[in-house]
Ligand binder design. Structure first.
Ligand code: ADP
Length: 438
């Protein structure tokens, strides 16, 4: 930048020349000279102003396009250039922060839609696109109610009360349950936040069903016991035979409730993730010999029960859980097989897996019921299950125990011919017995 002396020098020279003209010629010559100089100065400033004006009108205001001049105009150009560079820098910064913010919102597990003051879409993240079936590029500027066409949603939007979210089925896929909530901000703008609550809703529904089922299961025996107690209380002189019969039935119902509570407690213990399974080496052949004896006593000679031990391999697992799962499968085979039927328990190595199977020649199961058998309280024949003391929780317990052992349950069955329930344990759980040949 030129110094003060350099700036003042032309002016001093002009004054000296003007004074010399006045002294040597006359006043008119000096005035003509001064007018000429002023005209030149005006042209000089006009040229610079014109260049600056053109630069300001140009579309791309780049600092490099600034007029290159000296003197005061040079100072103006330098300052403008500095201002431009600073503005560019802060614009860049703002842009990259906005981009970072967008990336962060895009990565959120929730859907986010930014709505303007007239509820038109300004921007949305990919999760919102998936949840609401909208497209960020195509639908920008569209009214949200034109895209989410559900009466409940429109009512929620119009209500202006957004303290609680709205839970709806996804407009296009009924398998998805969404929680939607508007969050007002700024000048009448809104965020629409969507969350996938399908799993949560399923858990709520399961809990509701479970409570309803347990209440139903307990109500029947309680009604029977209550009825008998009332009769006995009213009829002081009831004959001992009737009282004995009633007491016998009440004992049955009490036992039924006891079994139900025991199974419920087993299930809740198995479901408790904090309840670490204690694992040990389980001697499956030994356990099956015991279970076979228990089965014979339960069947009381009504069935032909056979034990087929194809291997002496042991298993890494929890003894009491496995005992409970296997005995549930065996007791089902006995309960659902008519007198004279055959039941075979086996323990084999198949495809590197340890496989425990219970094969019966019982009533069998229709194919459509098979996928649902491990649901709590699911029964094919409610009456038969109850008559034989079933709680409807046996296979749910089996499934939990097997899942805890990374094993799977396989069910094959033919109506009227019999069923086979097999538990397949992974090779990592098998502990070969040195004396085993399999
Ligand atoms: P339950 O206490 O009713 O037996 P489970 O959970 O053990 O409950 O079994 C669920 C249903 O599966 C039973 O009600 C029955 O209909 C069917 N089931 C289980 N095992 C057998 C089997 N071996 N043969 C035929 N049906 C069976």
């Amino acid at each position: 930048m030129p110094g003060t002396w350099e700036r003042v020098t032309p002016l001093v020279l002009l004054v000296i020349v003007a004074a010399a003209l006045w002294a040597t010629l006359d006043l008119v010559a000096m005035l003509v000279f001064c007018s000429l100089m002023l005209l030149l100065l005006a042209i000089h400033h006009w040229r610079h102003l014109d260049t600056l004006d053109k630069w300001l009108q140009s579309e791309e205001l780049s600092p490099s396009g600034l007029p290159d001049s000296s003197g005061k105009w040079g100072d103006v150009s330098t300052r403008l250039g500095r201002l431009m560079r600073e503005q560019r820098r802060s614009e860049e910064q703002l842009r990259s922060e906005l981009e970072r913010l967008r990336r962060a919102v895009s990565a959120m597990p929730e859907g986010v839609v930014i709505l303007d003051d007239l509820d038109r879409i300004e921007w949305c993240n990919p999760v919102a696109e998936k949840h609401l079936g909208i497209n960020a590029q195509r639908d920008t500027g569209q009214h949200i109610a034109h895209l989410v066409r559900q009466t409940q949603f429109n009512e929620y939007l119009d209500s202006r009360h957004y303290s609680e979210p709205l839970v709806i089925r996804q407009p296009r896929s009924q398998d998805l349950t969404l929680s939607l909530q508007f969050v007002p901000y700024g000048n009448k703008q809104k965020l629409l936040v969507s969350r996938d609550v399908t799993r949560l809703e399923r858990v709520h529904a399961m809990r509701r069903d479970f409570v309803a089922n347990v209440s139903h299961e307990l109500r029947t025996p309680l009604t029977v016991i209550g009825g008998f107690l009332e009769t006995l209380a009213q009829d002081d002189a009831s004959d001992p035979e009737t009282s004995k019969w009633a007491l016998g039935l009440m004992t049955d119902q009490t036992q039924r409730m006891q079994h139900l509570v025991e199974d419920l407690l087993t299930l809740s213990r198995l479901e408790d993730s904090e309840n670490q399974v204690r694992e040990q080496t389980v001697d499956i052949p030994k356990m099956l010999r015991e279970l076979c004896r228990e089965a014979e006593s339960l069947s009381a000679g009504r069935h032909r029960i056979r034990l087929d031990l194809g291997t002496r391999t042991k298993l890494l697992g929890n003894t009491s859980d496995l005992h409970s799962a296997f005995s549930n499968l065996i007791s089902n085979a006995i309960r659902y097989t008519a007198d004279g039927g055959r039941i075979t328990l086996s323990w084999k190595i198949l495809d590197t897996h340890g496989v425990f199977s219970v094969q019966d020649s019982g009533i069998g199961i229709e194919p459509e019921h098979i996928p649902r058998l491990t649901e709590r309280f699911y029964r094919v024949d409610r009456g038969r299950s109850r008559e034989t003391g079933g709680t409807g929780l046996g296979l749910a317990i089996v499934k939990h125990v097997l899942t805890g052992h990374q094993a799977r349950l396989e069910i094959t069955s033919e109506l009227g011919k019999g069923s086979c329930f097999s538990a397949w344990f992974p090779a990592v759980r098998l502990i070969p017995n040195p004396a085993s040949q399999s």
